[in-house]
Design a binder for this molecule. Structure first.
Ligand code: ZN
Length: 437
């Protein structure tokens, strides 16, 4: 039935045994169990394609349903819902502005609800569902936050529709200017401004949002791990703490050629850009290995895209990341040299520097979530997140990763076990309780 749901493997009939003083990861509070599963089941059918993968793209009808769901969750928990100048949704427990005035701004958690094309169920939604469930558990335990707690649903984290990842956080931090954002186009030529209008939003309000940023004293994003550091040869733990996000970027390669008949044009007379592209794909793999980085041509558009036509243009997008900025940049430098030789052009569409998370917060999270055998594991990641954008903007930021047994992500096969998801909820509850006390 629900192939992508966390597999129930514990006794769900157990009664809640909330204990507000319980901080230890090992002693789970089971009040969150039915709440987590209920929310998961509500989200599960939204934007799910027949393939089993998710197609949840920014400012579409599916996105509107997800936003409505989030607003309903906020209302049910008695949280105050606001939207910022990029359309990100914030649900506040307590008054964020009173806390700013008092010089002690709030604690924010949350993630995103959008997906890559045919993405998995966990990337994004796990952080949002866990945040809402942790808050519900804290409320049920009678916890009174000393600082307001917010849950955010960031818009367009994956950049699947308009090509810029983390667009929602980039816009409010000013990393993506309002002019550039408004003019971004999807594959049908629809601009972000037009998409906002048809979603009932006001595109002229797009822009850096200091009022929203001031409210975030600390941001902690929970996310499914997109790798196997917690499941492989390393430390076996359901939840880990992020150290840094690898530097990463996206580049567009335009290989121009000459359209012609696939049957009548002699091989010698052809100018076929697909050959140059093929060479670039092979070289990307080779140079990435040489620089201990990763590089991927995962998206390509061909013109005229006919079986019996030699292409006039191959436009391909490279995603490159590395443990250091030099490693990632070197990959692109080598591929640009190839592009120059074949007359192709290379355009940088986005670049994000190495994002180390706040080290004090990181250590505090690891200590809080550790057990008798020491602090929780600390790991780096090659995936970008809104948390990285906020960290770059100077917000004290941390991330929690929930174990992913296969490491598969951005695929319908992405998975986390229910027990690990619930450990994530418990970890978040512990963290929120500590930071907001
Ligand atoms: Zn994500």
């Amino acid at each position: 039935m629900h192939d992508h749901a966390p597999k129930p493997s514990r006794d769900h009939a157990r009664l809640p045994t909330n204990n507000p003083g319980d901080h230890a990861l090992g002693r789970r509070v089971s009040a969150g169990v039915p709440a987590f599963e209920r929310r998961w089941a509500e989200l599960e059918p939204i934007g799910r394609a027949p393939s089993g993968g998710y197609r949840r793209f920014a400012w579409t009808r599916t996105d509107a349903v997800l936003r409505e769901w989030f607003a309903g969750q906020a209302q049910a928990l008695g949280l105050d819902l606001t939207e910022d100048r990029a359309g990100n949704q914030w649900a506040w427990w307590g008054d964020p502005d009173a806390a700013v005035a008092a010089g002690d701004p709030g604690i924010v958690t949350g993630s995103h609800l959008d997906s890559v094309p045919d993405g998995g169920a966990f990337d994004g939604p796990l952080g949002v569902v866990s945040a809402l469930t942790a808050i519900e558990a804290l409320q049920a335990a009678g916890f009174t936050p000393g600082r307001p707690i917010g849950v955010v649903n960031f818009v367009d984290e994956e950049g699947a529709r308009f090509g810029i990842a983390c667009a929602g956080s980039r816009i409010i931090t000013g990393a993506l200017t309002s002019d550039r954002a408004a003019g971004l186009r999807d594959s049908d030529g629809v601009t972000l401004a037009e998409a906002l209008l048809s979603a009932g939003q006001e595109p002229t309000s797009l822009g850096r949002d200091d009022e929203t940023l001031r409210r975030i004293g600390t941001f902690v994003e929970l996310h499914v791990e997109q790798g196997r550091a917690l499941a492989g040869d390393g430390p076996q733990a359901p939840v880990g703490v992020a150290s840094a996000i690898w530097p990463h970027g996206r580049w567009r390669f335009d290989f121009a050629g000459e359209a012609n008949h696939a049957g009548t044009t002699r091989l010698a007379d052809r100018h076929d850009p697909m050959l140059d592209f093929a060479q670039a794909v092979l070289q990307a793999r080779e140079v990435a290995a040489g620089h201990a980085a990763v590089a991927t041509f995962g998206k390509v558009r061909v013109e005229p895209n006919g079986v019996n036509a030699i292409p006039s243009l191959v436009r391909a997008w490279l995603d490159a990341r590395g443990p250091t900025e030099t490693a990632a940049r070197d990959v692109v430098r080598d591929l640009t040299a190839l592009a120059d030789r074949v007359g192709a052009t290379v355009t940088e569409e986005s670049w994000t520097s190495n994002q180390a998370f706040d080290s004090t917060l990181r250590d505090r999270l690891a200590d809080l979530l550790g057990g008798s055998d020491g602090p929780a594991p600390i790991l780096g990641t090659g995936a970008g997140h809104d948390a990285g954008i906020l960290a770059a903007a100077g917000v004290p930021t941390g991330m929690l990763f929930v174990r992913n047994p296969t490491g598969v992500s951005h695929s319908p096969a992405e998975h986390a076990e229910l027990d690990d998801c619930l450990a994530g909820v418990q970890a978040l509850q512990t963290v929120l309780q500590d930071l907001a006390s």
